[in-house]
Design a protein around this ligand. Structure first.
Ligand code: GLC
Ligand code: CA
Length: 619
Protein backbone atom coordinates (compact mmCIF):
# COMPACT_ATOMS: atom_id res chain seq x y z
CA UNK A 1 0.00 0.00 0.00
CA UNK A 2 1.16 3.52 -0.75
CA UNK A 3 -1.21 5.68 1.22
CA UNK A 4 0.84 8.79 0.56
CA UNK A 5 0.14 8.65 -3.17
CA UNK A 6 -2.45 11.45 -3.18
CA UNK A 7 -0.23 13.55 -0.99
CA UNK A 8 2.33 14.48 -3.67
CA UNK A 9 1.41 18.16 -3.58
CA UNK A 10 1.97 18.39 0.16
CA UNK A 11 4.77 20.80 1.04
CA UNK A 12 7.70 19.41 2.97
CA UNK A 13 6.55 21.41 5.98
CA UNK A 14 3.90 18.72 6.51
CA UNK A 15 6.25 16.39 8.30
CA UNK A 16 7.10 18.34 11.50
CA UNK A 17 3.74 17.58 13.07
CA UNK A 18 4.49 13.90 13.09
CA UNK A 19 8.14 14.36 14.01
CA UNK A 20 7.05 16.17 17.17
CA UNK A 21 4.32 13.84 18.26
CA UNK A 22 5.24 10.94 20.52
CA UNK A 23 6.16 7.76 18.73
CA UNK A 24 3.20 5.83 20.08
CA UNK A 25 0.66 7.97 18.20
CA UNK A 26 1.58 6.07 15.05
CA UNK A 27 2.31 2.75 16.79
CA UNK A 28 0.30 -0.44 17.19
CA UNK A 29 0.71 -2.68 20.25
CA UNK A 30 0.34 -6.47 20.12
CA UNK A 31 -0.62 -8.26 23.33
CA UNK A 32 0.82 -11.71 24.01
CA UNK A 33 -0.77 -13.94 26.62
CA UNK A 34 2.30 -16.14 27.07
CA UNK A 35 0.47 -19.20 28.36
CA UNK A 36 -1.50 -19.48 25.15
CA UNK A 37 0.89 -18.22 22.48
CA UNK A 38 3.48 -20.87 21.59
CA UNK A 39 4.87 -23.83 23.54
CA UNK A 40 8.52 -24.72 22.92
CA UNK A 41 8.96 -27.67 25.31
CA UNK A 42 5.79 -29.74 24.91
CA UNK A 43 4.43 -29.21 28.42
CA UNK A 44 1.25 -27.76 26.93
CA UNK A 45 1.92 -24.23 28.20
CA UNK A 46 3.24 -21.38 26.07
CA UNK A 47 6.64 -19.95 27.04
CA UNK A 48 9.31 -17.36 26.24
CA UNK A 49 11.21 -19.52 23.77
CA UNK A 50 7.92 -20.14 22.01
CA UNK A 51 7.49 -16.38 21.65
CA UNK A 52 11.08 -16.01 20.45
CA UNK A 53 10.27 -18.40 17.61
CA UNK A 54 7.38 -16.19 16.52
CA UNK A 55 9.06 -12.78 16.48
CA UNK A 56 9.37 -12.85 12.71
CA UNK A 57 5.62 -13.45 12.52
CA UNK A 58 5.03 -10.30 14.57
CA UNK A 59 7.53 -8.29 12.53
CA UNK A 60 5.75 -9.42 9.35
CA UNK A 61 2.45 -8.18 10.75
CA UNK A 62 4.17 -4.85 11.25
CA UNK A 63 3.44 -4.17 14.91
CA UNK A 64 5.61 -1.78 16.93
CA UNK A 65 5.31 -2.91 20.53
CA UNK A 66 4.80 -6.23 22.28
CA UNK A 67 2.96 -6.22 25.60
CA UNK A 68 3.71 -9.41 27.50
CA UNK A 69 1.15 -10.51 30.07
CA UNK A 70 2.91 -11.62 33.31
CA UNK A 71 5.82 -14.03 33.07
CA UNK A 72 7.02 -13.71 36.71
CA UNK A 73 7.14 -16.52 39.28
CA UNK A 74 3.59 -17.16 40.38
CA UNK A 75 1.39 -19.87 41.84
CA UNK A 76 -0.78 -19.14 38.76
CA UNK A 77 -3.97 -18.73 40.75
CA UNK A 78 -4.93 -15.98 38.26
CA UNK A 79 -2.58 -17.10 35.45
CA UNK A 80 0.33 -14.98 36.63
CA UNK A 81 -1.56 -11.87 37.81
CA UNK A 82 -0.64 -13.18 41.26
CA UNK A 83 3.11 -12.56 41.47
CA UNK A 84 5.36 -14.13 44.09
CA UNK A 85 8.64 -12.59 42.83
CA UNK A 86 8.74 -9.41 40.76
CA UNK A 87 12.32 -9.85 39.59
CA UNK A 88 12.48 -13.23 37.98
CA UNK A 89 10.76 -15.47 35.41
CA UNK A 90 8.51 -18.39 36.29
CA UNK A 91 10.16 -21.69 35.30
CA UNK A 92 7.02 -22.59 33.38
CA UNK A 93 7.82 -19.69 31.02
CA UNK A 94 11.62 -20.08 31.00
CA UNK A 95 14.49 -18.15 32.57
CA UNK A 96 15.68 -14.59 32.98
CA UNK A 97 18.24 -15.36 30.27
CA UNK A 98 15.38 -16.30 27.91
CA UNK A 99 13.71 -13.00 28.67
CA UNK A 100 16.94 -11.06 28.07
CA UNK A 101 17.23 -12.78 24.72
CA UNK A 102 13.60 -12.01 23.88
CA UNK A 103 14.16 -8.32 24.68
CA UNK A 104 17.30 -8.25 22.57
CA UNK A 105 15.71 -10.06 19.62
CA UNK A 106 12.60 -7.89 19.78
CA UNK A 107 14.77 -4.78 19.63
CA UNK A 108 16.83 -6.28 16.81
CA UNK A 109 13.63 -6.36 14.75
CA UNK A 110 12.84 -2.72 15.44
CA UNK A 111 10.08 -3.47 17.93
CA UNK A 112 9.75 -2.60 21.60
CA UNK A 113 8.56 -4.73 24.48
CA UNK A 114 6.64 -3.75 27.61
CA UNK A 115 5.91 -5.89 30.66
CA UNK A 116 2.79 -6.22 32.75
CA UNK A 117 3.18 -4.44 36.07
CA UNK A 118 0.87 -5.95 38.71
CA UNK A 119 1.34 -3.89 41.85
CA UNK A 120 -2.15 -3.36 43.22
CA UNK A 121 -1.64 -6.79 44.80
CA UNK A 122 0.89 -9.59 45.06
CA UNK A 123 0.46 -13.32 45.39
CA UNK A 124 -0.18 -14.61 48.89
CA UNK A 125 3.06 -16.55 48.31
CA UNK A 126 5.12 -13.38 47.89
CA UNK A 127 7.68 -13.16 50.73
CA UNK A 128 6.33 -9.69 51.55
CA UNK A 129 2.97 -11.20 52.37
CA UNK A 130 4.48 -14.15 54.19
CA UNK A 131 6.25 -11.64 56.47
CA UNK A 132 3.19 -9.45 56.73
CA UNK A 133 0.91 -12.23 57.86
CA UNK A 134 3.45 -13.72 60.27
CA UNK A 135 2.53 -11.41 63.19
CA UNK A 136 0.77 -8.13 63.92
CA UNK A 137 4.08 -6.43 64.77
CA UNK A 138 6.11 -7.61 61.78
CA UNK A 139 7.68 -4.59 60.02
CA UNK A 140 5.84 -5.59 56.84
CA UNK A 141 2.44 -5.92 58.56
CA UNK A 142 1.47 -2.51 57.23
CA UNK A 143 2.47 -3.39 53.64
CA UNK A 144 -1.01 -4.90 53.19
CA UNK A 145 -4.50 -3.94 54.39
CA UNK A 146 -5.09 -5.74 57.71
CA UNK A 147 -8.17 -4.95 59.80
CA UNK A 148 -9.83 -6.47 62.89
CA UNK A 149 -13.35 -7.89 62.63
CA UNK A 150 -16.28 -5.48 62.48
CA UNK A 151 -17.08 -3.91 65.89
CA UNK A 152 -18.95 -6.24 68.17
CA UNK A 153 -18.57 -9.32 65.96
CA UNK A 154 -16.31 -12.31 66.53
CA UNK A 155 -13.70 -13.07 63.87
CA UNK A 156 -15.11 -15.56 61.40
CA UNK A 157 -18.77 -14.99 62.27
CA UNK A 158 -21.15 -14.04 59.43
CA UNK A 159 -20.79 -10.38 58.45
CA UNK A 160 -17.69 -9.86 60.60
CA UNK A 161 -15.60 -8.75 57.62
CA UNK A 162 -14.26 -5.20 58.16
CA UNK A 163 -16.34 -3.89 55.21
CA UNK A 164 -19.18 -5.33 53.13
CA UNK A 165 -17.06 -5.32 49.96
CA UNK A 166 -17.41 -8.01 47.30
CA UNK A 167 -14.28 -9.18 45.52
CA UNK A 168 -14.17 -8.94 41.72
CA UNK A 169 -13.92 -12.73 41.66
CA UNK A 170 -17.07 -13.47 43.76
CA UNK A 171 -17.45 -13.68 47.54
CA UNK A 172 -16.16 -11.22 50.17
CA UNK A 173 -13.05 -9.10 49.53
CA UNK A 174 -11.67 -9.99 52.99
CA UNK A 175 -10.17 -13.22 54.24
CA UNK A 176 -9.58 -14.09 57.87
CA UNK A 177 -6.07 -15.05 58.91
CA UNK A 178 -6.74 -17.44 61.77
CA UNK A 179 -3.30 -17.05 63.32
CA UNK A 180 -3.55 -13.30 64.02
CA UNK A 181 -7.35 -13.03 64.08
CA UNK A 182 -7.40 -10.21 61.52
CA UNK A 183 -8.68 -9.94 57.97
CA UNK A 184 -6.67 -8.91 54.88
CA UNK A 185 -8.11 -7.16 51.85
CA UNK A 186 -8.15 -8.75 48.40
CA UNK A 187 -10.11 -6.97 45.68
CA UNK A 188 -9.46 -9.98 43.43
CA UNK A 189 -8.87 -13.62 44.49
CA UNK A 190 -8.08 -14.52 48.10
CA UNK A 191 -4.62 -15.38 46.85
CA UNK A 192 -4.10 -11.78 45.62
CA UNK A 193 -3.77 -9.61 48.76
CA UNK A 194 -3.84 -5.85 48.08
CA UNK A 195 -0.66 -3.88 48.75
CA UNK A 196 -0.98 -0.84 51.01
CA UNK A 197 0.27 2.06 48.90
CA UNK A 198 -0.16 4.43 51.86
CA UNK A 199 3.09 2.95 53.14
CA UNK A 200 6.07 4.76 51.52
CA UNK A 201 8.28 1.66 51.79
CA UNK A 202 5.86 -0.25 49.57
CA UNK A 203 6.05 2.47 46.97
CA UNK A 204 9.85 2.62 47.04
CA UNK A 205 10.10 -1.16 46.72
CA UNK A 206 7.87 -1.05 43.64
CA UNK A 207 9.79 1.83 42.04
CA UNK A 208 13.11 0.15 42.56
CA UNK A 209 11.78 -3.03 40.93
CA UNK A 210 10.53 -0.99 37.97
CA UNK A 211 13.92 0.72 37.53
CA UNK A 212 15.58 -2.69 37.57
CA UNK A 213 13.46 -3.82 34.61
CA UNK A 214 14.04 -0.61 32.65
CA UNK A 215 17.77 -0.99 33.23
CA UNK A 216 17.42 -4.48 31.82
CA UNK A 217 16.06 -3.07 28.56
CA UNK A 218 12.28 -3.23 28.73
CA UNK A 219 10.54 -0.28 27.11
CA UNK A 220 7.82 0.37 29.66
CA UNK A 221 4.85 -1.18 31.42
CA UNK A 222 1.18 -1.95 31.09
CA UNK A 223 0.01 -1.27 34.63
CA UNK A 224 -2.62 -3.69 35.89
CA UNK A 225 -5.67 -2.08 37.61
CA UNK A 226 -3.37 0.80 38.51
CA UNK A 227 -6.20 3.18 39.40
CA UNK A 228 -7.11 0.96 42.36
CA UNK A 229 -3.85 1.50 44.27
CA UNK A 230 -5.13 4.49 46.27
CA UNK A 231 -7.99 3.52 48.57
CA UNK A 232 -10.13 5.76 50.73
CA UNK A 233 -8.34 5.00 54.03
CA UNK A 234 -11.64 5.09 55.95
CA UNK A 235 -12.66 1.96 54.00
CA UNK A 236 -16.38 2.77 53.96
CA UNK A 237 -19.00 0.11 53.20
CA UNK A 238 -20.27 0.23 49.61
CA UNK A 239 -23.77 0.17 48.14
CA UNK A 240 -25.22 -3.35 48.29
CA UNK A 241 -24.90 -5.09 44.91
CA UNK A 242 -27.77 -6.54 42.89
CA UNK A 243 -27.54 -9.95 44.57
CA UNK A 244 -26.61 -8.80 48.09
CA UNK A 245 -25.62 -9.11 50.83
CA UNK A 246 -22.21 -7.86 49.71
CA UNK A 247 -21.46 -4.27 48.73
CA UNK A 248 -19.63 -2.67 45.86
CA UNK A 249 -16.15 -1.39 46.82
CA UNK A 250 -15.62 0.74 43.72
CA UNK A 251 -16.49 4.17 45.17
CA UNK A 252 -13.76 3.72 47.76
CA UNK A 253 -11.06 2.25 45.53
CA UNK A 254 -11.46 3.56 41.96
CA UNK A 255 -9.23 6.63 41.45
CA UNK A 256 -8.87 7.12 45.19
CA UNK A 257 -7.70 10.29 46.93
CA UNK A 258 -3.95 9.90 46.32
CA UNK A 259 -3.98 8.26 42.88
CA UNK A 260 -2.55 11.23 40.97
CA UNK A 261 0.05 11.84 43.65
CA UNK A 262 1.19 8.20 43.49
CA UNK A 263 1.43 8.14 39.70
CA UNK A 264 3.35 11.41 39.62
CA UNK A 265 5.71 10.10 42.23
CA UNK A 266 6.17 6.91 40.21
CA UNK A 267 6.95 8.97 37.15
CA UNK A 268 9.57 11.01 39.00
CA UNK A 269 11.15 7.97 40.62
CA UNK A 270 11.09 5.64 37.64
CA UNK A 271 10.67 7.33 34.26
CA UNK A 272 11.94 10.90 34.58
CA UNK A 273 15.38 11.65 33.21
CA UNK A 274 15.68 8.49 31.15
CA UNK A 275 16.88 9.39 27.67
CA UNK A 276 14.42 7.31 25.70
CA UNK A 277 10.75 7.97 25.89
CA UNK A 278 9.24 4.89 27.53
CA UNK A 279 5.64 3.73 27.43
CA UNK A 280 3.38 3.76 30.50
CA UNK A 281 -0.13 2.42 29.97
CA UNK A 282 -2.58 2.38 32.85
CA UNK A 283 -5.34 -0.22 32.96
CA UNK A 284 -8.14 1.64 34.75
CA UNK A 285 -11.53 0.04 35.36
CA UNK A 286 -14.19 2.62 36.17
CA UNK A 287 -12.12 5.56 34.92
CA UNK A 288 -14.15 8.47 33.49
CA UNK A 289 -13.21 10.63 30.52
CA UNK A 290 -12.55 13.52 32.90
CA UNK A 291 -10.18 11.37 35.00
CA UNK A 292 -8.48 10.12 31.85
CA UNK A 293 -7.67 13.65 30.72
CA UNK A 294 -5.84 14.19 34.01
CA UNK A 295 -4.05 10.85 33.87
CA UNK A 296 -2.80 11.34 30.30
CA UNK A 297 -2.16 15.09 30.15
CA UNK A 298 1.54 15.08 29.17
CA UNK A 299 2.18 18.12 31.34
CA UNK A 300 1.16 16.16 34.47
CA UNK A 301 3.63 13.28 34.03
CA UNK A 302 1.40 10.38 35.08
CA UNK A 303 0.81 7.84 32.26
CA UNK A 304 0.78 8.04 28.47
CA UNK A 305 -2.61 6.44 27.89
CA UNK A 306 -5.25 4.50 29.80
CA UNK A 307 -7.39 1.47 29.12
CA UNK A 308 -10.94 2.53 29.90
CA UNK A 309 -13.77 0.01 30.25
CA UNK A 310 -16.95 1.84 29.29
CA UNK A 311 -17.42 0.22 25.88
CA UNK A 312 -16.77 -3.33 27.14
CA UNK A 313 -19.08 -3.02 30.16
CA UNK A 314 -22.20 -1.65 28.52
CA UNK A 315 -24.53 -4.43 29.60
CA UNK A 316 -26.27 -4.38 33.00
CA UNK A 317 -23.24 -6.09 34.57
CA UNK A 318 -20.18 -8.18 33.66
CA UNK A 319 -22.25 -11.33 33.19
CA UNK A 320 -24.86 -9.89 30.84
CA UNK A 321 -24.70 -11.42 27.37
CA UNK A 322 -26.50 -8.75 25.36
CA UNK A 323 -24.36 -7.07 22.75
CA UNK A 324 -24.55 -3.29 23.03
CA UNK A 325 -26.75 -1.25 20.72
CA UNK A 326 -24.59 0.27 18.03
CA UNK A 327 -25.83 3.76 18.93
CA UNK A 328 -24.70 3.25 22.54
CA UNK A 329 -21.31 1.98 21.43
CA UNK A 330 -20.85 4.98 19.14
CA UNK A 331 -21.98 7.41 21.81
CA UNK A 332 -19.46 5.97 24.24
CA UNK A 333 -16.46 5.71 21.94
CA UNK A 334 -17.32 9.08 20.41
CA UNK A 335 -17.40 10.71 23.83
CA UNK A 336 -13.94 9.33 24.59
CA UNK A 337 -12.67 10.63 21.25
CA UNK A 338 -14.06 14.08 22.00
CA UNK A 339 -12.92 14.09 25.62
CA UNK A 340 -9.30 13.37 24.74
CA UNK A 341 -9.20 15.45 21.56
CA UNK A 342 -7.22 18.37 22.95
CA UNK A 343 -5.35 16.92 25.92
CA UNK A 344 -4.41 13.31 26.55
CA UNK A 345 -4.47 10.15 24.50
CA UNK A 346 -6.74 7.09 24.01
CA UNK A 347 -5.89 3.40 24.01
CA UNK A 348 -8.04 1.60 21.45
CA UNK A 349 -9.14 -1.97 22.07
CA UNK A 350 -12.07 -4.32 21.60
CA UNK A 351 -10.50 -7.28 23.35
CA UNK A 352 -7.71 -8.63 25.50
CA UNK A 353 -7.16 -11.65 27.76
CA UNK A 354 -10.14 -10.58 29.93
CA UNK A 355 -12.71 -10.16 27.17
CA UNK A 356 -14.51 -12.47 24.74
CA UNK A 357 -13.43 -12.44 21.09
CA UNK A 358 -14.63 -9.30 19.31
CA UNK A 359 -15.86 -11.08 16.20
CA UNK A 360 -18.19 -13.13 18.42
CA UNK A 361 -19.23 -10.25 20.64
CA UNK A 362 -19.65 -7.36 18.20
CA UNK A 363 -19.49 -9.06 14.78
CA UNK A 364 -20.82 -12.22 13.12
CA UNK A 365 -18.63 -15.25 13.81
CA UNK A 366 -20.60 -17.43 11.36
CA UNK A 367 -21.30 -16.51 7.75
CA UNK A 368 -19.66 -13.06 7.87
CA UNK A 369 -16.75 -13.90 10.14
CA UNK A 370 -14.07 -12.66 7.77
CA UNK A 371 -15.90 -9.49 6.74
CA UNK A 372 -16.94 -8.59 10.28
CA UNK A 373 -13.48 -9.24 11.76
CA UNK A 374 -12.01 -6.89 9.15
CA UNK A 375 -14.76 -4.36 9.75
CA UNK A 376 -14.21 -4.26 13.50
CA UNK A 377 -10.48 -3.83 13.03
CA UNK A 378 -10.98 -1.03 10.50
CA UNK A 379 -13.41 0.85 12.71
CA UNK A 380 -11.15 0.53 15.75
CA UNK A 381 -7.77 1.25 14.15
CA UNK A 382 -8.93 4.43 12.44
CA UNK A 383 -9.98 6.07 15.70
CA UNK A 384 -7.60 8.53 17.31
CA UNK A 385 -5.47 6.64 19.83
CA UNK A 386 -3.08 3.71 19.98
CA UNK A 387 -4.64 0.43 18.78
CA UNK A 388 -4.02 -2.85 20.62
CA UNK A 389 -4.19 -6.17 18.81
CA UNK A 390 -4.85 -9.13 21.08
CA UNK A 391 -3.20 -12.35 19.88
CA UNK A 392 -5.41 -14.25 17.44
CA UNK A 393 -7.72 -11.33 16.68
CA UNK A 394 -5.58 -10.76 13.58
CA UNK A 395 -6.82 -14.18 12.43
CA UNK A 396 -10.45 -13.50 13.32
CA UNK A 397 -10.34 -16.13 16.08
CA UNK A 398 -13.74 -16.74 17.67
CA UNK A 399 -15.21 -17.64 21.06
CA UNK A 400 -14.88 -21.30 21.96
CA UNK A 401 -17.77 -23.79 22.18
CA UNK A 402 -17.18 -24.77 25.82
CA UNK A 403 -19.55 -27.64 26.69
CA UNK A 404 -19.28 -28.00 30.46
CA UNK A 405 -17.82 -26.22 33.47
CA UNK A 406 -14.93 -28.71 33.37
CA UNK A 407 -13.72 -27.06 30.16
CA UNK A 408 -12.96 -23.79 31.96
CA UNK A 409 -9.74 -22.84 33.76
CA UNK A 410 -10.26 -19.15 34.54
CA UNK A 411 -10.65 -18.39 38.24
CA UNK A 412 -13.19 -15.64 37.59
CA UNK A 413 -15.38 -18.00 35.53
CA UNK A 414 -15.04 -20.94 37.96
CA UNK A 415 -15.80 -18.78 41.00
CA UNK A 416 -18.77 -17.21 39.25
CA UNK A 417 -20.20 -20.61 38.40
CA UNK A 418 -19.66 -21.94 41.92
CA UNK A 419 -21.31 -18.86 43.44
CA UNK A 420 -24.28 -18.68 41.06
CA UNK A 421 -25.02 -22.40 41.09
CA UNK A 422 -23.84 -23.31 44.60
CA UNK A 423 -24.86 -20.24 46.62
CA UNK A 424 -27.55 -18.52 44.56
CA UNK A 425 -29.08 -21.76 43.24
CA UNK A 426 -29.23 -20.54 39.65
CA UNK A 427 -29.89 -22.88 36.72
CA UNK A 428 -26.50 -24.35 35.71
CA UNK A 429 -27.38 -24.30 32.00
CA UNK A 430 -28.16 -20.61 32.15
CA UNK A 431 -24.93 -19.86 33.96
CA UNK A 432 -23.02 -21.90 31.38
CA UNK A 433 -24.72 -20.02 28.54
CA UNK A 434 -23.53 -16.76 30.08
CA UNK A 435 -19.99 -18.05 30.47
CA UNK A 436 -19.95 -19.15 26.85
CA UNK A 437 -20.62 -15.56 25.83
CA UNK A 438 -18.31 -13.63 28.13
CA UNK A 439 -15.86 -15.92 29.94
CA UNK A 440 -12.24 -14.80 29.80
CA UNK A 441 -11.26 -18.29 28.63
CA UNK A 442 -12.74 -17.43 25.22
CA UNK A 443 -9.67 -15.27 24.63
CA UNK A 444 -7.27 -17.71 26.24
CA UNK A 445 -7.61 -20.76 24.00
CA UNK A 446 -4.29 -21.52 22.32
CA UNK A 447 -3.12 -19.45 19.38
CA UNK A 448 -3.99 -21.16 16.10
CA UNK A 449 -0.78 -21.40 14.11
CA UNK A 450 -1.57 -24.06 11.51
CA UNK A 451 -3.83 -27.01 10.72
CA UNK A 452 -1.64 -29.64 12.42
CA UNK A 453 -2.51 -31.29 15.71
CA UNK A 454 -3.31 -28.81 18.49
CA UNK A 455 -3.08 -26.02 15.90
CA UNK A 456 0.73 -26.13 16.05
CA UNK A 457 0.57 -24.56 19.52
CA UNK A 458 2.07 -27.54 21.33
CA UNK A 459 3.17 -31.10 20.60
CA UNK A 460 1.89 -31.90 24.11
CA UNK A 461 -1.52 -31.60 25.71
CA UNK A 462 -2.66 -27.95 25.72
CA UNK A 463 -3.53 -26.49 29.14
CA UNK A 464 -6.84 -25.25 27.66
CA UNK A 465 -8.40 -27.01 24.67
CA UNK A 466 -7.73 -25.56 21.22
CA UNK A 467 -10.80 -24.09 19.52
CA UNK A 468 -12.01 -26.85 17.13
CA UNK A 469 -12.16 -24.38 14.23
CA UNK A 470 -8.34 -24.25 13.97
CA UNK A 471 -8.21 -26.24 10.72
CA UNK A 472 -9.96 -23.35 9.00
CA UNK A 473 -8.76 -20.42 11.13
CA UNK A 474 -4.98 -20.39 11.51
CA UNK A 475 -1.98 -18.19 10.85
CA UNK A 476 -0.43 -20.30 8.13
CA UNK A 477 -3.59 -20.27 6.03
CA UNK A 478 -4.17 -16.57 6.72
CA UNK A 479 -0.68 -15.51 5.68
CA UNK A 480 -1.00 -17.47 2.43
CA UNK A 481 -4.31 -15.81 1.51
CA UNK A 482 -4.00 -12.17 0.44
CA UNK A 483 -7.70 -11.59 1.23
CA UNK A 484 -7.43 -12.84 4.84
CA UNK A 485 -8.16 -11.00 8.06
CA UNK A 486 -4.41 -11.11 8.77
CA UNK A 487 -3.53 -9.17 5.61
CA UNK A 488 -6.23 -6.65 6.46
CA UNK A 489 -4.64 -6.05 9.86
CA UNK A 490 -1.27 -5.68 8.20
CA UNK A 491 -2.70 -3.04 5.88
CA UNK A 492 -4.31 -1.15 8.78
CA UNK A 493 -1.06 -1.14 10.74
CA UNK A 494 0.84 0.12 7.70
CA UNK A 495 -1.79 2.81 7.18
CA UNK A 496 -1.25 4.16 10.70
CA UNK A 497 2.49 4.25 10.07
CA UNK A 498 2.22 5.99 6.72
CA UNK A 499 -0.76 8.34 6.88
CA UNK A 500 -0.36 11.12 9.47
CA UNK A 501 -4.11 11.76 9.48
CA UNK A 502 -4.66 8.30 10.99
CA UNK A 503 -2.30 9.02 13.84
CA UNK A 504 -3.03 12.68 14.45
CA UNK A 505 -6.16 13.78 12.64
CA UNK A 506 -9.11 15.11 14.57
CA UNK A 507 -12.22 12.94 14.85
CA UNK A 508 -15.82 13.70 13.92
CA UNK A 509 -18.58 11.15 14.48
CA UNK A 510 -21.26 11.06 11.76
CA UNK A 511 -24.75 9.50 11.89
CA UNK A 512 -24.80 9.01 15.69
CA UNK A 513 -28.43 7.79 15.56
CA UNK A 514 -27.95 5.14 12.88
CA UNK A 515 -28.36 1.62 14.32
CA UNK A 516 -26.43 -0.07 11.52
CA UNK A 517 -23.80 2.29 10.18
CA UNK A 518 -20.66 3.43 12.01
CA UNK A 519 -19.28 6.47 10.19
CA UNK A 520 -16.70 9.12 11.06
CA UNK A 521 -14.09 11.38 9.56
CA UNK A 522 -10.51 12.16 10.53
CA UNK A 523 -8.86 15.35 9.37
CA UNK A 524 -5.30 16.60 9.46
CA UNK A 525 -4.59 19.83 7.62
CA UNK A 526 -6.44 19.32 4.35
CA UNK A 527 -6.40 15.54 4.31
CA UNK A 528 -9.75 14.04 5.24
CA UNK A 529 -10.36 10.35 5.83
CA UNK A 530 -13.84 8.84 5.90
CA UNK A 531 -14.58 5.50 7.59
CA UNK A 532 -17.95 3.89 6.88
CA UNK A 533 -19.01 0.48 8.18
CA UNK A 534 -22.23 -1.51 8.08
CA UNK A 535 -22.65 -3.57 11.26
CA UNK A 536 -25.51 -5.64 9.92
CA UNK A 537 -26.21 -8.50 7.52
CA UNK A 538 -28.45 -6.35 5.27
CA UNK A 539 -27.40 -3.69 2.77
CA UNK A 540 -27.21 -0.20 4.28
CA UNK A 541 -26.93 3.26 2.75
CA UNK A 542 -24.68 5.87 4.31
CA UNK A 543 -26.74 9.06 4.25
CA UNK A 544 -23.98 11.63 4.75
CA UNK A 545 -23.41 14.91 2.96
CA UNK A 546 -21.74 14.43 -0.41
CA UNK A 547 -22.04 10.64 -0.34
CA UNK A 548 -21.68 10.54 -4.13
CA UNK A 549 -18.49 12.61 -3.99
CA UNK A 550 -17.03 10.39 -1.31
CA UNK A 551 -17.84 7.26 -3.30
CA UNK A 552 -15.65 8.69 -6.09
CA UNK A 553 -12.72 9.42 -3.74
CA UNK A 554 -9.64 7.32 -3.21
CA UNK A 555 -10.58 4.03 -1.53
CA UNK A 556 -7.66 3.25 0.77
CA UNK A 557 -8.95 -0.03 2.14
CA UNK A 558 -12.14 -2.07 2.04
CA UNK A 559 -13.24 -5.57 2.97
CA UNK A 560 -14.94 -6.55 -0.30
CA UNK A 561 -13.08 -7.36 -3.52
CA UNK A 562 -14.57 -4.40 -5.40
CA UNK A 563 -15.49 -0.85 -4.49
CA UNK A 564 -19.25 -1.45 -4.77
CA UNK A 565 -22.02 0.87 -5.74
CA UNK A 566 -21.96 4.43 -4.37
CA UNK A 567 -22.07 4.57 -0.59
CA UNK A 568 -24.39 1.57 -0.37
CA UNK A 569 -22.65 -0.92 1.94
CA UNK A 570 -23.06 -4.66 1.66
CA UNK A 571 -23.38 -6.95 4.74
CA UNK A 572 -20.59 -6.12 7.21
CA UNK A 573 -18.83 -3.97 4.64
CA UNK A 574 -16.31 -1.36 5.77
CA UNK A 575 -14.47 1.19 3.65
CA UNK A 576 -11.82 3.80 4.32
CA UNK A 577 -11.67 6.72 1.89
CA UNK A 578 -9.29 9.64 1.60
CA UNK A 579 -9.50 12.96 -0.14
CA UNK A 580 -8.16 16.48 0.04
CA UNK A 581 -10.70 18.90 1.46
CA UNK A 582 -11.95 20.78 -1.61
CA UNK A 583 -12.75 23.83 0.53
CA UNK A 584 -9.17 24.34 1.69
CA UNK A 585 -6.52 26.18 -0.26
CA UNK A 586 -2.78 26.12 0.27
CA UNK A 587 -2.90 28.95 2.84
CA UNK A 588 -5.45 27.08 4.89
CA UNK A 589 -3.24 24.02 4.76
CA UNK A 590 -0.35 25.94 6.33
CA UNK A 591 -2.46 27.58 9.02
CA UNK A 592 -4.17 24.31 9.93
CA UNK A 593 -0.80 22.71 10.18
CA UNK A 594 0.44 25.45 12.50
CA UNK A 595 -2.61 24.87 14.67
CA UNK A 596 -1.92 21.17 14.71
CA UNK A 597 1.70 21.73 15.65
CA UNK A 598 0.68 24.11 18.42
CA UNK A 599 -1.63 21.51 19.84
CA UNK A 600 1.26 19.13 19.98
CA UNK A 601 3.60 21.45 21.83
CA UNK A 602 3.35 19.56 25.11
CA UNK A 603 5.18 16.78 23.34
CA UNK A 604 7.86 19.07 21.97
CA UNK A 605 10.65 17.40 23.91
CA UNK A 606 10.23 14.40 21.64
CA UNK A 607 12.74 14.70 18.86
CA UNK A 608 12.84 12.11 16.16
CA UNK A 609 16.05 10.53 17.38
CA UNK A 610 14.80 10.34 20.93
CA UNK A 611 11.61 8.60 19.83
CA UNK A 612 13.41 5.60 18.42
CA UNK A 613 14.57 2.71 20.55
CA UNK A 614 18.33 2.97 21.11
CA UNK A 615 19.12 0.21 18.62
CA UNK A 616 17.31 2.07 15.83
CA UNK A 617 19.09 5.37 16.25
CA UNK A 618 21.76 6.23 13.78
CA UNK A 619 25.27 7.23 14.75
C1 GLC B 1 -6.54 -7.07 35.46
C2 GLC B 1 -6.04 -8.19 34.58
C3 GLC B 1 -6.82 -9.43 34.89
C4 GLC B 1 -6.58 -9.78 36.33
C5 GLC B 1 -6.90 -8.61 37.27
C6 GLC B 1 -6.28 -8.84 38.62
O1 GLC B 1 -7.83 -6.69 35.19
O2 GLC B 1 -6.13 -7.82 33.24
O3 GLC B 1 -6.48 -10.51 34.06
O4 GLC B 1 -7.35 -10.89 36.70
O5 GLC B 1 -6.37 -7.40 36.81
O6 GLC B 1 -4.88 -8.76 38.52
CA1 CA C 1 6.07 -24.76 27.59
Amino acid sequence: MTPRAADQSAPAVCSPSTARSPWWTSAVVYQIYPRSFADSNADGIGDLRGILGKLDYLAALGIDVIWLSPIYPSPQDDNGYDISDYQDVDPVFGTLADLDRLIEQTHARGMRIILDLVVNHTSDEHPWFADSRSSTDNPKRDWYWWRPPRDGLAAGSPGAEPTNWASAFSGPAWDLDEATGEYYLHLFSRRQPDLNWENPDVRQAVYSMMRWWLDRGVDGFRMDVINLISKDPRLPDGPVTRDGPLGDPWDAVVCGPRIHEFLQEMHREVFAGRPERLLAVGEMPGVTVEDAVLFTDPARNEVDMVFQFEHVTMGPHKWGTARPRLTDLKASLGRWQAGLAEIGWNSLYLSNHDQPRPVSRFGDDGRYRVQSAKLLASVLHLHRGTPYVYQGDELGMTNSPFASIDDYRDIESLNHYAYEVGVRRQDPDRVLATLRGVSRDNARTPMQWDASENSGFTPGRPWLPVNPNFAEINAEAAMADPTSVWHHYRALIALRHDEPAVALGDFTMLLPDDERVYAYTRRLADVVLLVVANLSAANADVPIADAAGWAESELLLGNYPDSGNGLRLRPWEARIYRRLDPTSGFGRRISRLDDDIDKLQPFAEDRTAATLPPHQRSG
